[in-house]
Design a protein around this ligand. Structure first.
Ligand code: MN
Length: 495
């Protein structure tokens, strides 16, 4: 962090960009006009998507496109969180401390507050859906990520609504496809809290007011990705961001629906999830495809999903539309760091001091794979590593694989993890299978066609890969010890 940056307090997307603005390794921009239809994502795939995106790709800077074909006065930001180092910088910590920071934040939530419209930049410009020429896509440059997608999607909308019975709130990110001038489809993976709210409203024959805030403080985007049991039904995940910043998230009452939105957002879509209406996700393309999802494959278009009727769009002057590529490291970080924090919280309660750190690495999408680093202190700790793995599965139900390594393995270097799997692992004795457990529907191998132990799509075989040295054999597994030296004597600027 430079001297200049130390004074920047991040509370929205503009201050986040300002924090990165002096570093071309973290943020670049272009004035070359870009087509939001497939071209924008096609560019960023090479520049910085990484994750499970098809190769070649790489970890790179976030990118702002200043000229969007067909739009005046609109910019698009992509890849803000597509590097773990950048996330750490934006949250004022280091890569290794991120899960601990998140764990502490979820334990010490700070509830959001409501400010008036005059203090809500997101309401500087208002477009009412009742205006005859209102058209979502004429106002907002939502990218279509690949040519075969069901349509343009909002990929980084913070969806916020209240439980119609209790008034408690929830914020989550969902797949939102633009279906018409004032219509957006919303896909819920089963069990999501907002869907529970929607079902309650629908059972009462009512619409569920919802706001979609786009372009917000990255602390909100990361906090929004916590899931139960860490944040149970009724836990407003905006309070995680409040804790991360030591300051409540500011909300504002929407202009045309009865719900709040994030006051410092770039763009807010105000709408209602209408009861008893379902829409075919690919009704305009009939490709059978939705959009690229985080496991690296394009999700199948759903036959019948809920619909949002949009009532208004509000935005800042000269707004920044924020988007991501589903399979990029942006997803790995948003989903994975809360997963790491959730696992740490669970194992620390049960086995204090045993698990040193947790990493949900890029190839595991943030959700499907966790690497746990443990320290066996005595013979009595032998076997506790597998108990830690079972706790990890309890902490996050969508987790499929847990890899266990010792304290001398770098969990941020998958080469080192694979070395442990090569020299400290024997397939027949070091693997534990837990077949027939429901995991996540977007893993294409979790399917009866792939394995007879999967009774339904989304049911998988969870597995533990124990790459730790048995305590009694530790003496046989010492890494070659090199002499500690002062490299700077030889290379003064060595880092
Ligand atoms: Mn929730």
């Amino acid at each position: 962090m430079t001297e200049q940056n130390k004074s920047i307090e991040v509370n929205d997307i503009r201050s986040a960009l300002a924090l990165l603005s002096d570093d071309p390794k973290e943020l670049i921009s272009t004035d070359e006009p870009v087509d939001p239809m497939a071209e924008l994502s096609g560019v960023y795939r090479y520049v910085g998507a990484h994750g499970t995106v098809m190769r070649p790709t790489r970890i790179g800077p976030a990118m702002v496109f200043n000229q969007i074909k067909g739009y005046q006065d609109m910019r698009v930001l992509i890849g803000l969180l597509s590097s773990r180092q950048r996330v750490a910088k934006l949250l004022g910590t280091t890569s290794e401390k991120l899960p601990f920071l998140l764990k502490d934040s979820v334990s010490n939530p700070i509830a959001p507050i409501v400010v008036d419209s005059a203090n809500a930049p997101c309401q500087e410009v208002v477009h009412k859906a009742s205006d005859p020429d209102f058209d979502i896509l004429k106002i907002l440059p939502a990218p279509t990520n690949t040519e075969e997608d069901a349509g343009p999607y909002f990929t980084l909308g913070m969806c916020y609504a209240a439980d119609p019975e209790t008034g408690e709130h929830d914020v989550t990110i969902h797949r939102l496809c633009i279906q018409g001038k004032d219509e957006i489809s919303m896909y819920f993976v089963p069990g999501r809290h907002l869907d529970t709210f929607r079902q309650k409203a629908e059972a009462a024959g009512k619409a569920l007011p919802i706001s979609i805030s786009i372009g917000v403080d990255p602390a909100i985007e990361i906090g929004a990705c916590f899931e139960p049991p860490t944040t149970p039904l009724g836990f407003d995940e905006l309070s995680v961001a409040g804790s991360l910043r030591g300051k409540p998230v500011e909300l504002v009452q929407c202009k045309h629906v009865d719900v709040q939105a994030i006051a410092r957002a770039e763009i807010v879509i105000e709408g209602e999830l209408v009861p008893d209406v379902r829409v075919q996700e690919d009704q305009h393309t009939h490709t059978g495809k939705a959009m690229p999802e985080f496991p690296g494959y394009t999700g199948e278009a759903k036959a019948a999903i809920p619909l949002i009727k949009v009532k208004a769009i509000t935005h800042r002057r000269h707004p920044i539309m924020q988007t991501c590529i589903g399979p990029s490291d942006e997803h790995t970080n948003m989903a994975g760091i809360p997963t790491e924090a959730s696992i740490l919280q669970m194992v620390e309660r049960a086995l204090p001091g045993f698990v040193q750190n947790v990493h949900c690495p890029s190839p595991g999408t943030g959700k499907y794979l966790a690497v746990l680093q443990v320290k066996k202190r005595t013979e009595a700790d032998e076997g506790r590593q597998r108990q830690a793995a079972l706790l990890a599965f309890s902490a996050f139900s969508e987790l499929k694989h847990v890899m266990l390594v010792d304290e001398d393995v770098d969990i941020y270097d998958m080469n080192d993890v694979m070395w442990a799997m090569t020299t400290r692992y024997q397939g027949d004795v070091s693997t534990v299978f837990i077949p027939g457990v429901r995991c996540h529907p977007l893993d294409p191998s979790s399917d009866p066609a792939f394995t007879p132990s999967s009774r339904h799509h989304g049911i998988a075989c969870k597995a533990i890969f124990d790459c730790t040295v048995p305590y009694a054999l530790k003496a046989n597994f010492q890494r070659s010890k090199f002499k500690e030296v002062d490299v700077k004597r030889f290379i003064p600027d060595f880092k």
